[in-house]
Structure formats: C-alpha cells, structure tokens
Design a protein around this ligand. Sequence first.
Ligand SMILES: [Zn+2]
Length: 263
Amino acid sequence: MPEGDTVFHTARRLDAALSGRRLTVADLRVPRFATADLTGREVRDVTPRGKHLLTRLSGGLTLHTHLRMDGAWRVYEAGERWRGGPGHQIRAVLGNEARTAVGYRLPVVELLRTADEDRAVGHLGPDLLGPDWDAGAALARLLAAPERPLGEALLDQRNLAGIGNVYKSELCFLLRVTPWTPVGDVPGVERAPALAARLLHANRDTFRRVTTGRRDTPLYVYGRARRPCLRCGTPVREAEQGDGTRARPTYWCPGCQQGPAPS
Ligand SMILES: [Zn+2]
C-alpha cells in the first residue's frame, strides 16, 4: 500500500526519467483531461507532497496524481514491454525519447496551474519527507484534538503528511499504546512525529518496508493477525478503525500496547 515513503521513491524515479526533457507522449486517460495536449512541454520536476505527486511542466502546469490504495507509476525504457497491469487500468502516460512513465489505477489525475497547487495539497500538515518538515508543528496539530484516537490522528494528512495504514499500526506499537488511545493520553506522545519521520526516512529508498530492523520479519504488527508478537509472543489482534468507507484494518499487540480496544 503506497505511503509517504513509496510516493517519495516513486517521485525520485519519475524525476530521473522525465525531468529536463520534453514530453513526446502525454496521454491522460480520464474524461476531464482526455483532450489535454501536453506534448512539447518540458517536465521541470516531480515532487512528492505527503502521499501526493506533483509533476510540474513548463508553461505553469502541474499534473497532480495520487496513488491511494493500489495505484502505481512504472517507468519503462524505450521499447520495453509494459507490465504494470492490463491496459484498461492505465490512467496516464508521460514519455520522452528514452523513457515512458505509466500510471496505473490512479484514483486522482488532474491538471492544474502550478500557481494553484495549494488547491490540491494546501491542506496537508508538515510533510514527513519534505524539505520543510517541522516536528514541532506536527505535534501541535496532533495535540489540537487530544480526545481523538491516536490511530485516526496519525492517518489524518492535515496533522502530518505521509503516514498510511501500515505506519499507523507500527507507530502505535512503538509508542506502546493501542490505536484507540486518545492522543492526549499517550505517554511520550511528543516522540511520535520524530519517530514517524525516522521510519519513513529509513524506507524512502526502497519498496520493501522495514520497521523492525529485521528483513525476515519486517513489521511488528501490521498484517500479522493471530501470529505471535515479536516482542512478547501474545497473538497480534486485528480490528477495523474508522467509520464507513474510511474504516481500515488495524493491528495491535494486547500484551505490549496499553489502552482501549474493541472487545
Ligand atoms: Zn507484544
């Protein structure tokens, strides 16, 4: 599942493939922008903002994409076969003479003026992998709603940008509280932003996510329901957190993590 580290890594690959070159192929397969002709424009840079990707083009345009649950951008050499999924899943194609970037299953593909990027990403809190990362500001945003469950607060991109469902569960484990613990009741909550930044930094150059420091067991609790906790051996539990379409599977160890949890 794409989180801030994946998006960062993806942006770097797209930037290496596209920046400083003119587009010879540009195809946005979404109804609203299907007729937009971007060929001839130079790609200025590809920048991650939280879990959003901003591909900036000459002429003051930005292509905004978001990977959400299972979107992906793949980069292919000229003549290489595209293997990222069936053709009907392709939402965007950007290419030059040497390389082609293909965006699969992208739930967000929109073209906007670079000057208007804030419309797409202005709501985001401090970016965990951004040049302007500010742990103090992120903490202040988290503490602004002390009654909110920690898991929900960490996922809210307005508090800090880049955490997805995997890091949410792993961070709660490392903070030794359940994801349902109110932010204001978390001992050492002031460590949370720096801890999150450290985890994302450690994984920003790879698609394989490791929070434990061990390649054979890369995650403490995420995706490990009913298996023994790596620290205490208690079976890891799983429950949904959040309402309706925002509900996400959440993992925790009842042995290591204090606080409220669904029965
Ligand atoms: Zn445990």
